[in-house]
Design a protein. Structure first.
Length: 149
């Protein structure tokens, strides 16, 4: 990392750190680059807001209009955002971060179990992207999966 920072300067993380917002962010741009996701996410934040309730009550055409800033297929991405907001509200009481924190606590008590629980949670979310794209991985939140040998 030091070598990279010497060559390119200090690196800054792109996108939000909150798990729910990160999933939104990754679905706000297509093709999903830092630039397209940032533009779509910023437009969504300004035009509708990020809370699940805001996304659920927003008309799909309004969401699509915001998401046009993030590239192609805005209507499909608007549909995905509605689904993400519905899942967070109905299955996680509007607080995905709290659910993943419980998984982290479980991981400390039983190594491997918390990661598996987090994977089950994250696999519920639709992902926009290439056909081979998978749901967000628990390693995003916990690091590499521990070996089970």
């Amino acid at each position: 990392m030091d070598t990279l920072e010497t060559l390119y300067g200090p690196q800054k993380a792109v996108g939000p750190a909150d798990p729910y917002e990160m999933i939104l962010y990754l679905n706000c741009g297509y093709p999903a680059t830092d630039g397209t996701c940032s533009k779509g996410f910023d437009a969504l934040k300004r035009g509708v807001g990020l809370k699940p309730e805001n996304i659920l009550v927003a008309p799909r055409p309004k969401l699509a209009k915001c998401l046009r800033m993030g590239g192609i297929v805005p209507e499909l991405r608007a549909k995905k955002l509605k689904e993400i907001a519905r899942i967070v509200n109905s299955e996680f009481d509007g607080d995905l971060k709290a659910v993943l924190k419980k998984c982290l606590q479980e991981e400390k008590k039983q190594p491997g179990q918390g990661v598996r629980s987090a994977k089950k949670v994250l696999q519920k979310f639709p992902v926009i992207g290439e056909p081979s794209a998978a749901a967000p991985d628990a390693r995003v939140y916990f690091g590499n999966e521990p070996s089970t040998s």
